[in-house]
Design a protein around this ligand. Structure first.
Ligand SMILES: [Zn+2]
Ligand SMILES: [Zn+2]
Length: 364
C-alpha cells in the first residue's frame, strides 16, 4: 500500500483521492473472500487473487522495489537490459555468473515477502511462455503479418486487401516487405464460453431433500416442551390489525425457530412486530418477563399495563424466517432489513399498530 501511495504522490494526486484509494485498496486486500468447495475463505496474506486490482497493485509494488534494484552497484556495472511484465523480469547480464548469483541474493533480501526465482542460460531462456534466443541475424524477406479476429466476412476483407496491395507496392518500391504479399492470419473470436461466467448452481454435495407426502403445513406450531407453547396463535394467515387484509405465512415454524420476524397480538387487536436471532420462545419469555416486571420504558409492557392486559393474553406468531444464504450473507442484517420492510410502510399510514415500535424496543 505504501508503494501505491508513493506512486500516487509522485503523480501529484489530490491527498483526498490518495486517502480514498488507500482505503479502498485496504478493503480489497484485507477482505478478499473466495469460495472453494462450498466453503468461504478469507485471504490473509498477499495480493488479493482474481481481483481486478491485483495486476496494477503488483506493478506498483514491483516499481517500488525497482528503486532498490537500479541503485545497486552490481546492477549498474553488469546489467545490459531490464524488462519487466508485472512481476516477471527479463534481465540481460554481462557475466561473470558469480556476480549474477550475488545480485540474486541481494534482491531476494530487499523485502522478505518478495521472492525472486532466478533462471539463467547463456543461449536461450523462456520468458512469459516465449522462448528467447541470443540474437541471430534475422531471416530477411519475412512477410508482413495481417492479423484479424475471425468473422465470416474476414475472407472478403482479406480479398479486398489483396486486390489493393499493389497500391502499397507501387507507391513504395524501396520497401522490400511491400513487394511481397502479406501474411494473413486469424485470431479466434470470443465464443459463448468466454462470455459466460460459471453459475452458482448450488452445492456439489447432495443434501437430502425433505419429502412431504401431503401439502406442507404452514404457521407456527408448539414444540410441546416450553412455557411459550400456550401463547402461540394458530393459523397459516396473519390479519392486518387495521385493514384486515390477510397475509399468508410462508413456512413451518415452531417456538424454537431462530432468525425470525414475529408478531405479537394483544387482546385489543393491535400488533407488535419484532425480530430475533434467538429461539422465538426465549424472546417471548423475555417480553413476558418485561410485562410482569412493568418495565414501562419499553413499548410492549407500557401498552399492556395502561390497557390492563395480562401476559396470558399475549399471542404470538412467526411471520418469516431468514435462512442462512449460501454466499455468506449477513443474516442479522437481512433480518433487521426485512423487519423494517414490514414496519416502515405502517409508520406513515399508521396501519400496523406497532405499539410505538419506532420509539425503540431494540433488545431483540
Ligand atoms: Zn414451545
Ligand atoms: Zn392491547
Amino acid at each position: 500500500m505504501e508503494a501505491t501511495d508513493r506512486l500516487l504522490s509522485e503523480a501529484e494526486t489530490d491527498p483526498k483521492i490518495r486517502r480514498l484509494c488507500s482505503d479502498i485498496l485496504g478493503l480489497v486486500l484485507h477482505e478478499n473472500h473466495f469460495m472453494f468447495q462450498d466453503t468461504f475463505y478469507i485471504q490473509r496474506q498477499r495480493t488479493a487473487m482474481g481481483s481486478n486490482v491485483a495486476p496494477p497493485y503488483a506493478v506498483a509494488y514491483m516499481a517500488a522495489l525497482e528503486g532498490y534494484v537500479f541503485n545497486h552497484p552490481l546492477f549498474r556495472q553488469y546489467s545490459r537490459t531490464w524488462q519487466r511484465f508485472i512481476d516477471d523480469t527479463f534481465c540481460g547480464w554481462d557475466r561473470p555468473l558469480e556476480t549474477l548469483l550475488l545480485f540474486d541474493t541481494y534482491i531476494n533480501n530487499i523485502w522478505p515477502e518478495v521472492k525472486f526465482t532466478l533462471q539463467h542460460n547463456t543461449k536461450n531462456i523462456s520468458f512469459l511462455d516465449t522462448m528467447t534466443f541470443t540474437p541471430k541475424p534475422k531471416a530477411s524477406g519475412s512477410r508482413i503479418p495481417f492479423v484479424n479476429t475471425y468473422h465470416p466476412y474476414s475472407r472478403r476483407v482479406e480479398a479486398s486487401l489483396r486486390r489493393h496491395w499493389s497500391i502499397l507496392s507501387k507507391s513504395y518500391p524501396n520497401v522490400p516487405k511491400f513487394q511481397q504479399p502479406f501474411l494473413s492470419c486469424y485470431r479466434r473470436p470470443p465464443n459463448i464460453k468466454d462470455r459466460l461466467v460459471r453459475a452458482d448452481i448450488g452445492s456439489s454435495t447432495r443434501v437430502p431433500r425433505q419429502v412431504f407426502l401431503r401439502t406442507q403445513k404452514r404457521g407456527t406450531f408448539p414444540c410441546l416442551n416450553c412455557l411459550q407453547c400456550n401463547n402461540i396463535q394458530k393459523g397459516d394467515k396473519i390479519f392486518h390489525p387495521h385493514t384486515g387484509r390477510s397475509i399468508p405465512v410462508r413456512g413451518y415454524f415452531t417456538c424454537e425457530s431462530t432468525h425470525v420476524i414475529y408478531m405479537i397480538k394483544c387482546p385489543c387487536g393491535l400488533a407488535y412486530i419484532g425480530e430475533t436471532t434467538q429461539a422465538v420462545n426465549d424472546r417471548i419469555s423475555q417480553h413476558k418477563s418485561n410485562i410482569r416486571c412493568n418495565r414501562d420504558h419499553l413499548p410492549l409492557p407500557h401498552h399492556f399495563r395502561t390497557m390492563g392486559h395480562n401476559v396470558a393474553q399475549l399471542k404470538f406468531k412467526v411471520m418469516e424466517q431468514i435462512e442462512q444464504g449460501r454466499r455468506g450473507q449477513n443474516r442479522v442484517k437481512l433480518l433487521k432489513k426485512r423487519e423494517w420492510d414490514i414496519i416502515l410502510p405502517s409508520l406513515s399510514s399508521k396501519s400496523w399498530n406497532k405499539l410505538n415500535k419506532a420509539a425503540g424496543d431494540r433488545t431483540g
